[in-house]
Structures are given as structure tokens and as C-alpha cells.
Design a protein around this ligand. Structure first.
Ligand code: PLP
Length: 388
């Protein structure tokens, strides 16, 4: 148990809140959640479900109208028909990754994961006893990958390949041509299952997004992870889903029965309203993220020692900070304590995150520009003092 890793975002958040309690003015760009409230019609559906008496257990895999709404939404977005029987509703996006990694991970097995990447992948791979095999996502490649590099990581011990596009922490989006090549190459490795974390799938700006669901040739070994947290600003509702292959869905359901029984009933009704209700709130939020990105990235690039690629999706900037002369953790700590801006060191997302910071731009435009100004003032002060 002592070896189990964590998510640094929650720790930095706690420190930022402690500084705020001391009266310090802290701008928080460290946590990965939309700053918008859940759209009102969704909240109302949850409220109504409680008023109507939906207080008991539901089916372990989720109420049928919700699984049907998920199937219809997947058809709308990806043009792929999925049986609601393959959908497992779970409390948040994380649960699908936890179940998938526990299913495939054991001592001797290898699991390939994106690096830098969401820290939970590597944490749970190690916890399962399996060996994590990092798949490098390079800045020079716009934080995507070349299919042949990924395929070259596969060995006879590889059980699971984890993909995440659009990506946390880099905002990278894998182009369709690369996915085509990857899927073609996977035909030579039928023993490898794929977990595609598409939780940011609707938060893409100027790049088309292709779901792995669109490839029938891997449908019998693809686990799709998605959920409501990011798209509908519902992180606190704890609602997500997996689409599992026929051969695994009942086993995944058993993991659910043995852990959380079912998802909060009222949250499931709210989830139906999210998927079947008006799309404008989501469209407005995505447009706001795009506009903030377009204001924030140039502001970051104007800072001494910082250069930042344009993220294509999600709501994270992942600037290269090597020219500041500080390592990522040192810069994270000093920006928080001395400049009053909470960011996350790239190393919170694996060793390949050294030389980078992650800043969430799920914050108001004024807040983002104020943060850039604080960082700029702090960097300039440091340069003026000849600090290296
Ligand atoms: C890549 C990725 N996958 C999954 C999740 C988990 O989402 P949830 O809050 O729904 O568990 C996150 C949350 O930050 C994420 O960044």
C-alpha cells in the first residue's frame, strides 16, 4: 500500500487553500475541472429525481434509459451503433480505468500508458503488480505519437494499451491518420486490449476528433472510457461510463457489484437530461474554452523562458519551462508560494513531464491574464536579481 501513488492536483489544491486561509490571494490553475456550473436543466432533472423518490439502488450496470441515452449519444457523435448492454455506468470516468487495469494487470504483465499522462494510469498499473511501459508523447510531435513507435513497445507480455486523446496534461489530440496506422498495426497483436480514455472527446477546438469506437476491427478488445465530468461540468456528481466488449462487460459489472453496487440514482437521471437535452450549454462552454485558450497561450509565450504549443483539446496548457533554468517542481512551488499562482509540475504526470508545467485554462479570461502577468512579474524579478 505504501507504494500507491496519488494525484498531485489534490495535494497542490490543499496547499493553495491553506495559503488562502492565511489571507493570501491565490489564482488556482491546478485543478482539472470546468469553472462553469452544471447546466440548469441537468440540475433540475437531478432535483426532480429526488422529489419523485428515486432513492434506492438501481441496476448495477445503470438504469436502462441512461444506457440507451449513452448509446444514442455515441451514435450521434461517432455514427456507431452500440448495444446498451455493453454500457456500464460507473461513478466517474476513473472507475472504468481502475477496473480495466485491475482486469489486465498482474505481475509479469506489461501495460503501455501515455507519458506524460494522467497519473492514475501508472499508479494503478503498479498497484496491480504489472509493469508500466511509458509511451512517450513529445512536444516536437505536438504531444501526439507515431503509430510505429507505439507498436514497437508491444511485447508478448503486453496486455493493455492505454490511449488518451484529447490528452491530459498536454491538450494533444492524435490525428486520425495515426490512429488508422495504429489500428492496422494492432492486427498483428491480437492479445493486446485497448483502453481509450475519451473523457475530453467533446472538448476539441480546431482539430477533428476520431473515437476508437469507429474501428470495428478492434471492437472485440476495446474498452471506451467516457463520462459527464468534463463535457457537462459535472465533476462532483460522479458519473461516467465504459463501453466494454461483450466478453468483458459482465465481469466489469461484477467488479461494480463488488465495489459500489450502483451509481447514485438521482445522478443517473441528471445524466439522461445531459445527453438528451439542449446542446447549447456545452457549445457555449467549448466556445469559451477556445477563446480563453486563444488569449492565454500568446500571453504565456510572451513570458521570458516559457514557450507553449497550442493545445488542440481539453483545457490544459503545457508550456516548456526549461529556459527558466528551474526544474518543474521547483517552479511549481515557487510560483505558488511567491507569485500566488497554483500550477502543476509536469512531473506530476510522469518522469517525461520534466521541463513542463500544466496550467488549466478552465478559468475566466481576466483570471488567466492576471495569472500570466503574475508569473511574468515573478520571472522578471528573478532575472533582475541575477538568479539562475
Ligand atoms: C484523462 C482523464 N481521464 C479520466 C479522468 C477522470 O474523470 P472523473 O472525474 O469523471 O473520474 C480525468 C480527470 O481529470 C482525466 O483527466
Amino acid at each position: 500500500m505504501h507504494g500507491l501513488g496519488t494525484e498531485a492536483a489534490f495535494e497542490v489544491l490543499a496547499r493553495a487553500n491553506a495559503l488562502r486561509r492565511e489571507g493570501r490571494d491565490i489564482i488556482n490553475l491546478c485543478i482539472g475541472q470546468p469553472d462553469f456550473p452544471t447546466p440548469e436543466h441537468i440540475v433540475e432533472a437531478g432535483r426532480k429525481a429526488l422529489a419523485l423518490g428515486h432513492h434506492g439502488y438501481t441496476e448495477a450496470n445503470g438504469i436502462l434509459p441512461l444506457r440507451e441515452a449513452v448509446a444514442a449519444d455515441l451514435f450521434r457523435r461517432h455514427g456507431v451503433a452500440v448495444s446498451p448492454e455493453r454500457v456500464l455506468i460507473v461513478p466517474g470516468g476513473k472507475v472504468t480505468m481502475f477496473f480495466a487495469i485491475l482486469m489486465f494487470g498482474e505481475p509479469g504483465a506489461e501495460i503501455i500508458h501515455p507519458s506524460p499522462g494522467f497519473p492514475v494510469y501508472e499508479n494503478v498499473i503498479r498497484f496491480s503488480g504489472a509493469t508500466p511501459v511509458p509511451m512517450p508523447l513529445k512536444e516536437s510531435n505536438d504531444f501526439s505519437f507515431r503509430a510505429e513507435e507505439v507498436l514497437a513497445l508491444i511485447t508478448p507480455r503486453t496486455r493493455l494499451l492505454i490511449l488518451n486523446s484529447p490528452a491530459n496534461p498536454t491538450g494533444g489530440v492524435v490525428p486520425q491518420a495515426e490512429l488508422d496506422r495504429l489500428v492496422a498495426g494492432l492486427a498483428r497483436h491480437p492479445q493486446v486490449a485497448i483502453l481509450s480514455d475519451e473523457i475530453y472527446g467533446e472538448l476539441v477546438y480546431d482539430h477533428a476528433f476520431t473515437s476508437l469506437l469507429r474501428y470495428p476491427e478492434i471492437a472485440d478488445r476495446l474498452i471506451l472510457l467516457d463520462g459527464w465530468s468534463k463535457t457537462y461540468a459535472m465533476t462532483g456528481w460522479r458519473l461516467g461510463y465504459g463501453v466494454w466488449p461483450d466478453s468483458l462487460v459482465r465481469q466489469a459489472e461484477r467488479l461494480a457489484i463488488n465495489s459500489h453496487s450502483c451509481v447514485n440514482a438521482a445522478a443517473q437521471y441528471a445524466g439522461i437530461a445531459a445527453l438528451t437535452g439542449p446542446r447549447e450549454p456545452v457549445e457555449r462552454m467549448v466556445a469559451a474554452f477556445a477563446a480563453r485558450r486563444d488569449a492565454f497561450i500568446p500571453a504565456l509565450n510572451a513570458l521570458p523562458g516559457i514557450s507553449c504549443r497550442l493545445p488542440r483539446g481539453a483545457f490544459y496548457a503545457f508550456p516548456n519551462i526549461t529556459a527558466t533554468g528551474l526544474d518543474a517542481r521547483a517552479l511549481q512551488a515557487r510560483l505558488l508560494e511567491e507569485a500566488g499562482v497554483a500550477t502543476l509540475a509536469g512531473t506530476s504526470f510522469g518522469a517525461m513531464g520534466e521541463g513542463y508545467l500544466r496550467l488549466s485554462y478552465a478559468a475566466g479570461r481576466e483570471t488567466l491574464l492576471a495569472a500570466a502577468e503574475r508569473i511574468g512579474t515573478w520571472l522578471a524579478g528573478r532575472n533582475a536579481h541575477g538568479e539562475t
